[in-house]
Design a binder for this molecule. Structure first.
Ligand code: DP6
Length: 372
């Protein structure tokens, strides 16, 4: 198995005397919502089976990194001028992994400025957008340090490989449209080490799909992703789950190719219910759904039985992602406002849609965040 996608220029030892003193990098990277859920993993951050997601457009992280060459004593890493920022718990080990793989990064101290376009604890995966943005920043800093040109078609797969080490689902945030992470015979070049874009095998009607995020609760997560994934190591239904996810993948890929939204939505719903069934039936089972989650899911199904093309999916929490096609936008938005928003915390729901993937934040050096 391949162990690193990074070219020799990035992994070689370097003479610090030849490195630029300061490098800036800025990236905007989106979150994603899984239709086939990644749940359970093997070392090192490898999935038990392939997952599939839609990249979001409005929910993103913007990250700016200032790298300063140090003289052997790196300054403590800071996020938003805070050396004890809560995101450092996940980010610091990720940076350690990066510096082992790409030693030139060891020569630099990092100051990170980051912000999310969405409020916290709303059921939008900030680790996916945050880790993918950070991976892109570090890779562009390293390539600039060694004067290596990295066109996007090389950069994105490398960033996906790296982002996976920060958070599994983050590896699916590097491509626009739809993405698969995990080896499957159904998709050439798919593999466990990085995700690949699959939009070229998706019907164009699905590239404008909406995901309205209905914020049922803003309480912090009751189950961390890492604890949740761990339960799959000795889950009584693990084997059946792996088989089910593979069947769902076969079905959804066919439906996506045909543009069969009814089938795509039904499989996404089945996946969400399976995820929560796994959470509940694991040792020490947790209930992550709120009463309002159940009401909203049932209302969505009722509306569908009356002809409205609406479907739900969920992550490992109570908030509901409502999937609907662009052409029914005004009708669906009225339905949400009138019938679902009353079940949301402070009536909060966020309309998102299928997105274009990451983008570089230009002119970072002139950003006010970096003027000291
Ligand atoms: C339920 O990617 O957050 O959202 O790899 O431990 O960081 P780590 O887990 P994470 O897990 C996401 C799980 C999920 C399903 C999904 O996004 O596929």
């Amino acid at each position: 198995m391949r162990t690193s996608p990074f070219p020799a220029e990035l992994t070689a030892a370097v003479d610090p005397g030849k490195l630029p003193g300061i490098i800036f990098s800025g990236w905007q990277s989106p979150s994603n919502i899984a239709f086939i859920k990644y749940w359970g993993k093997r070392p090192l951050q490898l999935p038990l089976y392939p997952s599939l997601s839609m990249t979001l457009q409005e929910a993103f992280t913007q990250t700016l990194v200032e790298a300063t060459l140090h003289d052997g004593n790196p300054s403590p890493i800071m996020i938003n001028n805070d050396p004890a920022h809560p995101f450092l718990g996940k980010l610091a080990p990720f940076l350690d992994w990066f510096t082992v793989k790409i030693p030139v990064l060891n020569q630099y101290s990092f100051r990170i400025t980051t912000r999310n376009s969405f409020p916290h604890s709303t059921g939008i995966a900030s680790s996916a957008s945050g880790m993918s943005a950070f991976a892109l920043c570090l890779l562009t800093i390293a390539s600039e340090a060694v004067s290596l040109q990295l066109p996007n078609e090389h950069l994105m797969p490398m960033a996906s490989f790296a982002a996976r080490m920060g958070s599994g689902s983050a590896c699916r945030s590097l491509f626009g449209g739809y993405t698969v992470w995990g080896e499957t015979d159904l998709i050439p070049r798919s593999n466990d080490l990085e995700a690949i874009g699959i939009t070229h095998v998706v019907h164009p009607s699905l590239t404008s799909l909406h995901d309205a995020i209905l914020v049922i609760s803003r309480q912090p997560k009751r189950l961390s992703s890492s604890k949740g994934h761990e339960t799959m190591n000795r889950h009584p239904f693990a084997e059946a789950r792996i088989e089910q996810a593979r069947d769902h993948l076969t079905g959804i890929l066919q439906a996506m190719k045909e543009g069969n939204l009814e089938r795509v939505g039904s499989i996404a719903e089945a996946e969400a219910l399976s995820l929560h069934a796994l959470v509940m039936s694991a040792a020490g089972g947790a209930v992550l759904l709120e009463p309002a989650t159940l009401t909203v899911m049932n209302r969505i199904r009722e509306a569908r039985s009356l002809g409205l093309p609406v479907f739900f999916t969920l992550d490992a929490g109570p908030n509901v992602h409502l999937l609907y096609p662009e052409e029914n936008k005004s009708q669906v938005q009225r339905f949400i406002e009138n019938e679902l928003a009353p079940y949301c915390t402070d009536g909060l729901w966020i309309d998102d849609l299928c997105g274009a993937g990451p983008g570089r934040i230009e002119e970072v050096t002139r950003s006010p965040e970096f003027s000291s």
